[in-house]
Write a protein that binds this ligand. Sequence first.
Ligand SMILES: C[S@@+](CC[C@H](N)C(=O)[O-])C[C@H]1O[C@@H](n2cnc3c(N)ncnc32)[C@H](O)[C@@H]1O
Length: 447
Amino acid sequence: MRGSPPASLLAAKRAPSVDLRRMRAVGYTRAPREDRAQQVPAAVAEKLGVILPSAGLDVQRAAITDACRQRGWELGDVFDDALGPDAGGRPNGYAQAMHELEQGRADVLIAAKLDTVCPWSELPDLLDRAERQGWGLLALDLTLDTLTADGRAALRSLGAQARALPPSALPMPPAELMFRVVGSDSPGRFEVGGRLELEQLDRLLRAHGRGLADYGDILDFGCGPGRFLRQLRTMAPQARLCGVDQDEEAIAWVRRELPFADTAVAGPLPPLALPAGSFDLIIVFSVFTHLDEEYQDAWLAELRRLTRPGGTVVATVHGMFKWEVIRNGPMAGEPDLERMATRLARRGFLHWRGDDWGTFFPDYYHTSFHRRDYIREHWARWFDVVDVVEQQPNQPGHHALLSGHDIVLLNARDQERGRAALAARRARLRLPALARQIRERLASRRR
Ligand SMILES: C[S@@+](CC[C@H](N)C(=O)[O-])C[C@H]1O[C@@H](n2cnc3c(N)ncnc32)[C@H](O)[C@@H]1O
């Protein structure tokens, strides 16, 4: 979202009169609903570079001001809805912001959180309106650059998918349990975001032959409070579902509220008390994003043990897209940043302990980054690396995840067949050597 102002945003209608170097923004903030009492310490959220939906108007306003300053934009009014959009029967903040945009007095509507502006399902309508009137929408909590045509198309498509979703009848976890897994205490991010991300994984799996609906035994490793388990119930109704996490509180919640899934509490390191080959699909969403190499290797070996020959593991990691986001965000003040960047470029792997995840998780749990070549080489010790999908989140149709993670698809090679193939290859390699020995012996006899 950095760099030159997006020309694509400026509809022909107003393009000639707008100074491209100086976009004019209006801000919009909305007070959190009363039931969203702040449960996550604001200082921790700030250190993690997260703006919470439970954040008050002042925090949202500061983020908006800061974003405009960084971009060199002119910030006009920031309109507040302290009591919710329709309170009081007078023109409210939202209507006022819309009026400014409609009148051409601003080019961009900027908000700290997307869900202060509108629910996901209403996004296509809002984007239509913006396009008709020639202004852009910027929500600071999105990885998408919605000021480009591609970014807007990607957001529109997510909004359309959200609109088509059936409402969930399942209970929502407490705000802090949601925050631990998605860095947001927004029910929309947890429920709709979880569904959209799982649909992306499903699309990728299907592109490689078998979708979620084709697996019999699915493990969600690092399931937290069941963000995916609740969706798998309908997306993979045929499967036996199992969720494992080291977070005892999250597992207790899943056990109570999502009893259709089996559960187990994991230790920091393997093994799990589960028989070898228990699963034909293992989902590992945003777990390797937090482990150092020792823990990563130990869990890769354990996941290999638990996957049936021919089975699949789909995992996510922080690739180069997320590296850029985090290094320019929460990591920006890190004195050692350059050295870390070099290390990541050379080794292909980096574990950064300077975040604040230790507030909620054990000491080993921090932030890791992976390069594609590292995964292809290092993870091949345990699995066939079938695909590593790097994020290009502004590309519609690409397997973009809201989280901005790269997706890794692994296949548990059949070890028996693998051994037979290796033996055959060795034999093939040995044959020419044998032939050479025979030729040499014959030649020496002739002499
Ligand atoms: C970022 S959260 C993602 C949760 C979930 N996969 C999702 O996407 O909603 C990472 C999860 O990994 C879990 N985790 C970390 N270390 C673990 C371990 N050794 N065994 C099992 N789960 C672990 C954490 O407790 C946390 O719930």
